[in-house]
Design a protein around this ligand. Structure first.
Ligand code: CP3
Length: 341
């Protein structure tokens, strides 16, 4: 049904001529056409207006022809739907004026009707599917429960999410109650996305690497695994844990179709830790897109050779940076399309 199904075939582990390519945060601030829209509408207006969200989603596809699109939205629309206020402050990032730190604030957190509170996301998916015209698959996503907790408790971005960790380690019963609420909401949210038409989902555990291996199991992985279990029979699930190489072996035994790898883990080590059978996605250092285009192409070819062309999805090890020159992003995608064994 989808004309270019390279990405879906890689998720199934099928043999391909070349691996598929997309970039985390590909819809964003390095694109002049995105900046035009950004000038006119604030962040959550862009998220909440299906015409804008779908337009931003297809912008990088028009320019570079990636093998998959990822819906323009944000992981923080979930806390909003759960009755936690989230602002996106210019030149600051996410700001949650009433962070969850005690029983009283936790009791205000609801498990919403996702179709009611996040219906605009479903509408954006439908609008995007129309624009994509079955050319390439569309990826839906959510933050991991731990990563969402990080913002809900810290109240803003952080280098170490110290307040989030303090909450988990001093009030673990409350922390688990919050993680459970986020998990249940996320399962319903991703199932609604599947119904609306996404072809795969990715769980972003951007702050999983803040935890020790033991704490990762307790506060992050078990909830991600619950989400995977609830979704895996309906749709391929990609689990991306930034800084979570220590958990790759455990993750590889789950029902996930693919695992995201960041650039601090070599291809060889990632294959070793995951047993060589599961599809891996990554792991180009986003800052390396600042190298000259011919060097980028060389490094991408080497990266494919190191991971192997099968059971592999070319991506960055985290989101693309705002200061990446357009021709460098193009070199990254082109190198994959020109790949020959
Ligand atoms: O991948 C894509 O292109 C789809 C869009 C997307 C956005 N956010 C748009 C966005 C996705 C997949 C996300 C996920 C997201 N959001 C994550 C997980 C991935 C990661 O990067 O670790 C996280 C942690 C967030 C929370 C968030 N949203 C932060 C910390 C910030 C501010 C920092 C930044 O990157 O600008 C945002 C804002 C945000 N989300 C922007 C975009 C395009 C930039 C704000 C703007 O356009 O004004």
């Amino acid at each position: 049904m989808i004309k270019n199904d390279l990405f879906l075939r890689a998720l199934k582990g099928e043999t391909v001529d070349r691996p598929p390519v997309w970039m985390m945060r590909q819809a964003g601030r390095y694109l002049p056409e995105f900046m035009e829209i950004r000038k006119k509408y604030d962040f959550f207006t862009r998220c909440r207006t299906p015409e804008l969200a779908s337009e931003i989603t297809v912008q990088p596809i028009r320019r570079y022809g990636m093998d998959a699109a990822i819906l323009f939205s944000d992981i923080l629309v979930v806390p909003q739907a759960m009755n936690v206020e989230v602002e996106m402050k210019p030149n600051f990032g996410p700001y949650l004026p009433n962070p969850i730190r005690d029983k009283k604030s936790l009791d205000q957190v609801i498990i919403p009707d996702v179709n009611e509170e996040l219906g605009y996301v479903m509408d954006a998916i439908k609008a995007t599917k129309e624009k994509l015209n079955d050319e390439i698959p569309l990826i839906g996503f959510a933050g991991s429960p731990w990563t969402i907790l990080c913002y809900m408790v810290q109240g803003q971005g952080s280098k170490n999410f110290d307040k989030a960790k303090e909450f988990c380690f001093t009030q673990p019963v409350l922390a688990h109650e919050l993680l459970r609420k986020i998990t249940d909401t996320t399962i319903a949210y991703l199932k609604a996305k599947v119904k609306a038409g996404v072809n795969a989902v990715q769980i972003f555990d951007s702050w999983g690497g803040m935890l020790s291996p033991v704490d990762y199991q307790e506060f992050s992985w078990q909830y991600i695994n619950d989400i995977i279990e609830a979704l895996k029979d309906e749709i391929p699930v990609i689990a991306f844990g930034k800084g979570c190489w220590f958990a790759l072996n455990e993750m590889s035994k789950s029902g996930a179709s693919a695992l995201g790898i960041d650039w601090t883990c070599s291809a060889r080590n990632a294959r070793y830790l995951t047993g060589g059978n599961i599809t891996l996605q990554g792991n180009f250092d986003p800052s390396r897109l600042l190298s000259p285009p011919n060097e980028i192409k060389k490094m991408v070819t080497e990266m494919i050779n190191n991971f192997g062309k099968d059971k592999y999805i070319v991506n960055l090890g985290h989101g693309i940076l705002p200061n990446i020159p357009l021709e460098n992003a193009k070199a990254f995608v082109d190198a994959v399309k020109e790949y020959k064994q």
